[in-house]
Ligand binder design. Structure first.
Ligand code: PLP
Length: 375
């Protein structure tokens, strides 16, 4: 029986029926099983190549003795640490099982079937998923073609022109994934000033820590000016905890109160709460992560230059390279060489591959494989 005509399938919301499932980076174990390769390098999911910090590992081992108890459903300890670091009240924070969980909570709190949701072409794949899942209308803004905003990035002026009285949420990722493109403080601030107050702006800062301090927006300070602003951040990237699943939003206390009503009581687990709190204080790990990323970015862009390839300038921990032709066979040939990268045809960029920045040795392994594949 064709699942699309089955009775059960027809019971699902129209938006859910039309959903294309999120395609994660290929897991290393899967490639290992398929090809029996001795070395596999995964540069596909923007994970931290350093692995978790030793401090996190010992903290997590310690809390395991409490695994028979429910975690603190309010995440008091982590929220207190975050509030102190960000100079906000704990009541402004909403914890999520990864920041994707928070994005979904936001959708379920604010977006109904009658609403429109704006995001950019080539923006993060989770925005269309959470929009469609609640049956709302996705309004896709054409990416910038260069000029005022970076090429392939969000065109904030175009996004503003799409706002109407049905618009409920605008998603903006800064830096954006998969393009790595970045909006400056004055661009974002100008956008927020123009955005009507009935529209929630979700500013997704998953890669915030990778942006140099002089270029970062002090977005948290804007919360006092824009009551319709929600900032999301994560421990999955620079803090190296993707497998733990923990992220958060910072907003007005009023919005956080609403989000926390929708949030499942124990959406963040014991280990993740502890790991996040420890990693937040581990500035050494964070600094090493950022330095490693900067070096890796130089290593990869130098290699692309030598190969005559262009790329989209990135402020994240990944870089999207233009192969100038369909990237699928190159992706598959790289797999055979033991390198997993990310094809992004599903984002509308079929000639590009997104490469997460690895360690020096992982980057070298990838570059050597790419040189062979392109030969
Ligand atoms: C990786 C990423 C996230 C983080 O997802 P988690 O659920 O926190 O692991 C959020 N937004 C963007 C744009 C990302 O690339």
């Amino acid at each position: 029986m064709n699942s699309e005509t089955s009775q059960i399938y027809q019971l699902a919301l129209a938006g859910v029926q039309a959903l294309i499932p999120y395609q994660p980076g290929k897991p290393m174990g899967e490639l290992e099983r398929e090809l029996g390769l001795s070395r596999i390098v995964k540069l596909a999911s923007n994970e931290n190549p350093k692995g978790p910090s030793g401090k996190v590992l010992s903290a997590v081992r310690e809390v395991l003795t409490e695994a028979s108890r429910y975690p603190d459903g309010n995440g008091f300890s982590l929220k207190t640490a975050l509030a102190k670091k960000l100079a906000v009240a704990t009541a402004q924070i909403t914890l999520g099982n990864g920041s994707n969980d928070v994005l979904e909570i936001i959708a379920r709190t604010f977006i109904s079937e009658q609403c429109e949701v704006i995001f950019s072409e080539y923006a993060f794949a989770v925005y269309p998923i959470v929009t469609q899942a609640v049956g709302a209308q996705a309004v896709i803004s054409k990416a910038s073609a260069g000029g005022e905003y970076p090429c392939y990035g969000h065109d904030l002026s175009a996004m503003l022109r799409l706002v109407n009285n049905k618009t409920k949420v605008v998603f903006i990722a800064n830096p954006n994934n998969p393009t790595g493109t970045f909006l400056t403080t004055s661009q974002l601030y100008g956008f927020l000033t123009e955005l009507p107050e009935h529209v929630i702006c979700v500013l997704d800062e998953a890669y915030f820590e990778y942006v140099s301090p002089d270029e970062r927006s002090d977005s948290i300070a804007w919360l006092t000016l824009f009551p319709n602003l929600i900032i999301t951040r994560t421990f999955s990237k620079a803090y190296g905890l993707a497998g733990m699943r923990i992220g958060y939003s910072v907003s007005s206390a009023e919005i956080a109160d609403l989000l926390n009503r929708v949030r499942q009581p124990f959406n963040t687990n014991l280990m993740a709460l502890s790991a996040a709190e420890v990693s937040l204080a581990d500035s050494e790990y964070l600094n090493e992560t950022i330095a490693l990323n900067q070096q890796g970015m130089v290593q990869l862009t130098n290699a692309f230059t030598a190969l005559g390839l262009s790329w989209i300038p990135s402020k994240g921990n990944f870089i999207t390279v233009n192969l100038g032709r369909s990237a699928m066979t190159i992706y598959e040939d790289l797999l055979k060489a033991g390198v997993i990268v990310r094809p992004i045809a599903n984002y509308g960029l079929p000639n590009f591959l997104r490469i997460s920045i690895g360690t020096e040795s992982e980057n070298t392994f990838f570059i050597d494989a790419l040189i062979n594949v392109l030969d």
